[in-house]
Design a protein. Sequence first.
Length: 145
Amino acid sequence: MTGRAARLRGEIRKLGKFSLTGVANTAVDVATFSLFTFGLGLAPVVANVIAYLAAVTNSYLMNRYWTFRHDAPASMGAGRIVLFFALNTLAAGVATGVLYVLIRAGLPTLAAKILSIAVSMAINYVAMRGVIFVNRSPIPVGRNG
């Protein structure tokens, strides 16, 4: 197998793991959202924030220790963990905005929720693959002269 084929195979495997992680995160998100919205009667936007926090915690654990285990630096460092949660908070804000707009436009609540999840998944894949779980070596400092 060529190096290119091996990299492609590895990337496909990683995408599969990311997808399974996404399914687990979605299950946590939708179950928590449903519990707080339909079971406890909270407003959908409030329930969405709580559900997203539960799902993002699951996401961090699964992506760090399974999906991107070999790509992540040995030590994530507090800065990268904070960045993970900050980027996910941004995605949550966008997803919540999408949820609100779709519900106001007349879409059923659960359908709006599923579409908002798709938006947040796209944002999160780009952030996780390109920013958070990338093992970058330090940029060398050039010498004067």
